[in-house]
Design a protein around this ligand. Sequence first.
Ligand code: ATP
Ligand code: F6P
Ligand code: MG
Length: 934
Amino acid sequence: MSQPTETVTSTVGDVSKNSTSVDPLQDTEMFPQTDGAPVEPASKDLEGVTDSYKAPNGANGQPKRQKKIAVLTSGGDSAGMNAAVRAVVRQGIARGCQTYIIREGWEGLVRGNNTEPTPAATAATSPALGPTKSVSFSALPPSQQLSLSSGALDAEDGSFPHGVNYTDPDWIAPLSDAPLSFGYGELLKDGAGEGDIEELSAHGAMGLAIADKEDEKGRSLKGRYIVRVGWDDVRGWLGEGGTLIGSSRCPSFRTREGRMKAAQNLIKYGIDCLAVCGGDGSLTGADMLRGEWPGLVQELYENGQIDDEQKEAHAHLNIVGLVGSIDNDMSMTDLTIGALTALHRICESIDSISSTASSHSRAFVIEVMGRHCGWLALLAGIATGADFIFIPESPPKSDDWETEMCDLLKSHRVVGKRKSIVIVAEGALDRNLKPIKPDYVKQILVDRLGLDTRVTTLGHTQRGGKPCAYDRILPILQGVQAVQALLDATPETPSYMIGIQENKITKVPLLEAVAQTQAVAAAIENKEFDKAMSYRDSEFREMLQAFQISSSLAASNHVPDNKRLRIGMIHVGAPAGGMNAATRQAVRFCHNRGHTPVAIYNGFEGLLDDNVSELSWLRVDTWTTRGGSELGTNRTLPSHDLGQVAAAFQRHNIDALLVIGGFEAFHSVLLLEQARKAYPALQIPMIHLPATLSNNVPLTDFSLGSDTSLNALVDACDAIKQSASASRNRVFVVETQGGMSGYIATLGGLAVGAVLIYTPEDGISLKLLQQDVEFLQKRYTLDVKGKSEGRLVIKSEKSSHIYTTETLTKIFKEEGKEIFDARSASLGHTLQGGVPSPLDRTRAARLSLRCMQFLEEHAVPNAQHLKGKRHYSIDTACMIAIRGSKVVYANMDEVLKVTDMKLRRGTDEWWADIKRLAEVMGGRSGLMASSSRG
Ligand SMILES: Nc1ncnc2c1ncn2[C@@H]1O[C@H](COP(=O)(O)OP(=O)(O)OP(=O)(O)O)[C@@H](O)[C@H]1O
Ligand SMILES: O=P(O)(O)OC[C@H]1O[C@](O)(CO)[C@@H](O)[C@@H]1O
Ligand SMILES: [Mg+2]
């Protein structure tokens, strides 16, 4: 990973100069100053913080400072920010740090705390431990309190796989050593902000009633922006939309004076590590604060606002960025926290609009968010099968885009399409940088095509609502790595931004990511659109290509007649979300290139019955949104009758084969490849596109359908947890599908905050059950009486033959005694999901396009007439796989090497370590860790 260059530094420098002029519309002052008073001189008194922890001694016998980590959310809110805050807080505590939240983004940091906490608020609650337990970290070896190396850093490209080493028992700080709650969590969750209990009380009984609701102990957040939090303060936050700690656009932080106040407040509270979750602007601000830090500290010292000790202790500030923004506009990461949830909201809306559009044969012009980035519009276009999109990075090709658009929509109408959907990104531009606005687009459609057209602006509905599964998992994985990056930071290391590339959590220098993001905007401003696209990640470019191919009916891309292929498409195994979207993209590719898409219905059984036909462009139009399998699928393998399968390929002149499905689909390609020698008709290129909710296909990190399934699980578990919480003291054992793979249980468990997860990989033993019961008893005992949270235990269906879901539930019920109760729920086939998730739809389109390109590259036309004259190497019978940060084609030999054919799963499941992480985040590891080791 290259370090930021000087040019990059000067780019950022320019931004800071320009940014002193604040756009009043962008940065509305949200919070009137409460007293207008300047921030008081910093004192070392840790106002409102009760734990008088004994810092352990360092090597020289002097007390060591315990790390203090604060987290804030800034810029436009996005779903998943709460999960990020929860992850930073819990991971920070698990690593022996003190944790703080900063309310209202940079604004809160500039303001600091103007009020003292009420006496009640100073009492940290940890019922079993007494109200103000001192935190004794002397029990921990010193190495655990400061920089712990992940050991998993991939030196090659500066990124690391998912793991901090969760399996190391010494890694985790005992949870019982720290106060579980400081009491503010519930207030924040209930939406309390600047309430003023005294003032409300002055308004009589009504006021009191409201005040009572805010906090029965008289706690208030008024004037308090830097708030100490404990483990339980962030409980129940995973499923909440927006950001519970508040966000803002803060004009004063754009000024040095504002950042000076922020620095003073950080020092005042002894905070030396800061995690910032926000968009490009917020992270630019973070980078500026870190860059200016030495100067700010010096100035505070010279002004007498901090003393020698503080100056020395705060010579460096460690900052890490988590990218939270629905726009997905940050460079050097594939996805930002919240972008996928916004895509969920958009797809829900456009799916609904589509049915009414079709009923009335109407056109709809839909505006989606994205000030400078077309990701939402592009992905929504693919996921919903829209006809035309406008995005800032890639404006329509011609200056006369009106004609370009009308021609395309007309071509769709000519083949019989009843509806027309045009998606316009908020920041859409033409090639001359003139904004393209929905009303104008509508007028064109009415005037030129005579279409009955409506405009819908989705607005802030896109930013709201509960996070999808991925926007819970991603912020947890990234939040954990953010804490790691903070603990690993030295004065010499740059500030990092935690990102993701395909399925690999990465850390990249913040400065570089910010500079590249700004370079996209600059390229657009300079009308260098190719350059702007080149700065977006490769996924973005492939998605655009997939969209263009799927919506164009032009013959201009047709290959010459003698290169045209008949490409077979078949579904094998159980249905999975995204199978139909993948097939649609494959069919559209064929039409775009002049090939013939040949559908094989009902799997290999159907092939033997000659249940085969060609698919038209229009026939697959609505398939993006359809769950299940439109072709029909079953588990029959070609080995059922290999000879007849080969004969059928010959009869139908199949030149190449796309196989979409799970483990059986992989097995089918393997069998077909192995039979190539015996049957010349099988001498065709073939590719497997993994699709199964179990995600048990070896080698690939993800199969289509697994995201849909996780979302179905999350929805169900949210409802179950609500019931469990309402009934108090209740544990729910939730059974998931997944065959011999614990993927759904593990990732689902992480996403819903399950306290225990059982998988076939790890199995269940009596000893484990005893420990788990002990943990549950401990955990419920620590809850504030009458306020117990419902807790979830996720059990994969094949975790144990003996300890079935029913048995487990009975054991928990019996052993819970008066402390907790137990119930069970089995999710069964609901996990196949209804409507496929946007991630599965778009991933399907992208991977399917790659598969078709692979087949086109390797196939020869009229394969069946060249019997015996062709010999394909094993490299032409492949699986397309997402592997770490890459999409790869792996031949059957390569796949076999990492396959356990008996257990029908991979031998190197990338997520194995995530179960340990889920145990950390659910509290089991910390609570069961001994505080007496040393
Ligand atoms: N150049 C800058 N210098 C200092 N602070 C900045 C700078 N740019 C932004 N900030 C701070 O970050 C805040 C949020 O920035 P912005 O409004 O650009 O949103 P964002 O973080 O990009 O998120 P999103 O675009 O997703 O809404 C600003 O109000 C300001 O306080
Ligand atoms: O909520 P606000 O402050 O009006 O900001 C809206 C903007 O924020 C975003 O949602 C995120 O940057 C943009 O897509 C949108 O233009
Ligand atoms: Mg932004």
